[in-house]
Ligand binder design. Structure first.
Ligand code: NAD
Ligand code: SER
Length: 336
């Protein structure tokens, strides 16, 4: 008999490590992880880890003959800044990789006669604000507004949301016997801030980077103007959002893609918040034209009413709690 597992791709990344920790703390131990990187030693006992590429179809096919996957957390991706340096590679990993997994999850749903849940973290990058005036005016963007991304990563995320919807509703719509569909669900995250890991290759990275640099006693130059405003969220809330959406009864869901957010602040306000805990922090601003352009195209805030209404989403950490109860105490411990 095949072993039933939860599959987490990109498990070595920031969200992956936080998700693995939370699932194992909840006593869930049937975890299969997949990443280009090896698992850090402290995570090794928590899952069966495959070091490999999501683009390796033979390896994925072998995996689903060996395991019965009932939920996929598909986290593997190239993030926004990295995606602009290598757009074709980003497309292969972010779109072809997702498409391959959606196909496998669709086949797996058929095989077991029950939908596989496919949980996909999308992003504020799926939006594209035309100018700063509109960004300032429309500061709580709804899921269906401004869907005109300007980055390869944003285009990839928006299209993969559509693919997920297709595989959940319309897959093989002209076939005689309609297959059992997979159950795709997605959250559009703001920038995430972890106390335990540093981001790389993203464009919201200036926030967590300035905080971690201050905790280490290093100077930091943020690549944006101080007035740049974006929404953010503490990592434990991001993990709770993925798990909350995965656990929601399907009949409660009025959509497949939901905004989730916690607090919005400018880069200058982020610096001020960091300086409350690290008064000697040396944080400067030197706007990088290209990365600034990406930040300017992302919304300054999200409307997450649908998630709150449909599956009781609510972040535990507002700005003050995120810093006072999660970020600062843990970061201080990390660099002691
Ligand atoms: P991350 O860069 O920390 O982790 C991504 C992981 O994917 C890495 O461990 C990497 O090795 C792995 N990976 C990349 N290409 C792969 C491949 N071809 N095969 C197998 N593994 C591969 O990113 P993260 O912050 O943990 O983000 C996880 C997901 O959440 C991504 O899809 C990202 O787009 C999304 N997301 C993140 C944020 C954020 O602020 N961190 C915000 C919105 C959405
Ligand atoms: N944090 C991510 C990035 O900046 C947003 O999805 O790319």
């Amino acid at each position: 008999m095949r072993k039933k597992v939860i599959l987490i791709t990109g498990a070595v990344g920031e969200i992956g490590q936080a998700l693995l920790t939370k699932l194992s703390q909840s006593g869930i131990n049937k975890l299969l992880t997949l990443d280009l990187q090896p698992l850090p030693p402290e995570f090794v006992p928590l899952s069966i880890h495959i070091q490999g590429d999501i683009l390796d179809r033979d390896m994925l096919t072998r995996l689903i003959t060996e395991y019965e996957v009932d939920t996929v957390y598909h986290l593997a991706a190239l993030l926004s800044t990295r995606g602009e340096f290598a757009p074709e590679l980003a497309h292969r990993v972010n779109v072809d990789g997702t498409m391959g997994l959606l196909q496998l999850a669709a086949e797996q749903s058929q095989r077991r006669g029950k939908s596989v849940k496919f949980i996909f973290p999308s992003s504020i990058a799926a939006y594209g604000m035309p100018d700063l005036y509109t960004k300032d005016r429309d500061n709580a963007v709804k899921e269906w507004q401004w869907s005109e991304p300007t980055t390869m990563y944003g285009c990839n995320k928006l299209y993969c949301e559509m693919l997920g919807n297709y595989y959940s509703h319309n897959y093989q719509q002209l076939a005689d016997a309609r297959p059992i569909m997979l159950d795709f669900r997605s959250v559009r995250f703001p920038g995430l801030i972890s106390a335990f890991t540093l981001p790389s290759g993203g464009t919201t990275d200036y926030g967590p980077e300035m905080l971690h640099a201050a905790a280490k006693g290093d100077p930091y130059v943020a690549f944006v103007r101080p007035d740049s405003r974006l929404p953010f969220m503490a990592m434990p809330d991001a993990v709770d959002a993925l798990l909350g959406l995965a656990a929601a009864p399907i009949e409660k869901l009025s959509r497949r893609v939901y905004n989730v957010t916690s607090f919005s602040l400018t880069a200058g306000e982020f610096r001020d918040k960091v300086c409350e805990s690290f008064p000697n922090a040396e944080i400067h601003f030197l706007s990088d034209g290209k990365r600034q352009g990406i930040v300017d195209s992302w919304p300054s805030g999200l409307n997450d009413d649908a998630a709150r209404r449909d599956w009781d989403w609510t972040p535990l950490y507002d700005l003050d709690r995120a810093f006072d109860e999660y970020l600062i105490p843990n970061i201080v411990g990390l660099y002691k």
